[in-house]
Each structure stands twice: as C-alpha cells, then as structure tokens.
Write a protein that binds this ligand. Structure first.
Ligand code: F3S
Length: 276
C-alpha cells in the first residue's frame, strides 16, 4: 500500500511560531492551552517545563507567561502584566493585525463590525481593542438588526470563509456613506482543506490526525469522509487498526493545524509496520 501525505497539512505558521517561542522560554506557563493537542502540551511540559495556566487567576505572581496565538483581551493583558512576570507574546501576527485595525479605526470614529464568533477567544481579544461601538456578527441577519452610524470599518475572524465575509461587506456598502473593508482572513486552514479534499478524492483510506477537540481537524475529517468513506480521525498511533488498511492501495494522510510533525511520523511508521 502506498502512503501519501496531503500537499499541505499540520501546523500553520502561527502555531509553529508559538511553539518555538514557548520552547525558548523553559519554565514559563501558557495562558490557556497553546494548541489543541494534549500530547504536544505534554511534550512541552516534559522537555521544556512549560506548564499550563487555565485562567488569569491560575497565573502565579512573577510567573513568565506565554500568550497563545489567539491573543487575549487588552484588559487581561494589563492584569497579566500586573502579576509582575515576563509576558511573552505569541499572538499570531495575523491576529495582531485586526487588533491594530480595530484600535485605529475605532479611534478615528468608525463603528466596528467584526465578522466572527463573539465567544471565540480571538474575537474577544480583537473586540477589546475598540474604543467606541463594536459588534461581532455571524450573519447578515444579525447585522441587519444593528443600528450603525455612517462610517463603518469591518474585519473578519482569521478562520472565516471569504465567500461569507463578502455577504457581510455587500450588505454594508450600499447602506453606509463610508465602509472600510479589511481582509483579515488567514488562508492556512483553507490550504490544508483543499489539499485534503484533493487527496481524499484519490485515496482508498484516509487517516486524519489531530486532537479530538480541534475544530479544524474535525472539519478536515468531514471533508475527507465526503470523498473517501473509509476516513478515520485519530489522535495517536495506538488508535490505528490494521483492518482499516487491508486490501487498500492508497492511504492518504492529513493532519489538523495543531498536530506536530513527530506524531504524524509515528503514525506513518506504525501504518508501515502493518505491511499491507
Ligand atoms: Fe495564525 Fe492563521 Fe495559524 S491566523 S495561528 S497562521 S491559522
């Protein structure tokens, strides 16, 4: 059986960068899990003594703390600094950008519309940079209920689809005197999805590797399953079953944006051991 990796898979630029930053600060703690992958978090703990603080309250006085890729609200950053430890910012630059835009546009008097989930940490962080009216919406319907002033600036959550963002923008433009549109969408997730789809079309069996909680891994699984019914979502090599590969010619592999290379290699090694 041949094993083929998707053309694009695994860690995005922001996650690679955050992990490198954490490795460079042994003994630090991260505010919230750095990535949705328990094994990688355990590795950071074992090899670099990087621990996990689930909330601001759990951060000890004087403790060096890494901010994860999603960023944190401005006020939380202030509180974190007050704890007296070093604050190491691993916010993805693609998230810092909308934070800066929101701050600037808000100061210039624009009403801010964010196309994104108000409960997502990234959006909580981005919203906190507004100094005036700010709204997070997920649909045109929600948007239509808002009373916005004449000047509006709009940004999107990094993981949103451009087609959906366009609907928001198209609704705003004819209704307001001035609309400033910023494309803050990050393509990393979509590159992995396109590559997974392309491979799943050809493969007889697909293995999707990633945390069971990771939403982008679950999305990859759904896409692959559509094209390749024998698709399996696993987190570690222990979950593999030889029967999945019996009689198959091409095994496709992809991995979510929080899956480290060493886990992918371990899983490929184990599949090879099955000698199917
Ligand atoms: Fe950054 Fe995009 Fe990854 S926003 S954290 S590079 S998915």
């Amino acid at each position: 059986m041949e094993i083929e990796l998707a053309k694009s898979y695994g860690f995005c630029f922001g996650v690679k960068r955050a992990i490198k930053i954490a490795e460079e600060h042994p003994g630090a703690s991260t505010l919230g899990p750095l990535i949705h992958n328990n094994m990688e978090i355990a590795r950071l703990k074992k090899d670099f003594n990087v621990s996990l603080a689930n909330s601001l309250e759990e951060v000890k006085e004087g403790q060096a703390t890494v901010i994860r890729t999603h960023g944190i609200p401005k006020n939380d950053l202030k509180k974190l600094k007050e704890k007296g430890g070093e604050v190491i910012d691993a916010t993805c630059p693609f998230v810092t950008k909308p934070q800066q835009i929101v701050e600037e546009m808000s100061e210039e008097g624009y009403d801010i519309v964010i196309f994104g989930d108000v409960n997502h940490p990234e959006i909580k962080g981005v919203m906190s940079y507004a100094t005036g009216p700010v709204h997070a919406v997920l649909s045109v319907e929600e948007l239509s209920r808002l009373h916005l002033r004449e000047r509006v600036a709009v940004v999107a959550q990094t993981t949103r689809k451009i087609e959906e963002y366009n609907k928001i923008v198209n609704y705003l433009v004819p209704r307001h005197k001035e609309v400033r549109v910023f494309n803050t969408i990050c393509n990393a997730t979509f590159e992995n999805q396109d590559a997974a789809r392309e491979l799943a079309r050809r493969a007889d069996v697909m293995v999707v590797i990633g945390g069971k909680q990771s939403s982008n891994t679950k999305q990859l699984y759904t896409i692959c399953k559509q094209y390749c019914p024998d698709t399996y979502h696993i987190e570690s090599k222990e979950e593999l079953e030889p029967a999945w590969f019996a009689g198959k010619k091409l095994c496709g592999i992809t991995a979510g944006a929080s899956t480290p290379e060493w886990i992918i290699e371990e899983i490929i090694g184990k599949i090879r051991e099955f000698k199917v």
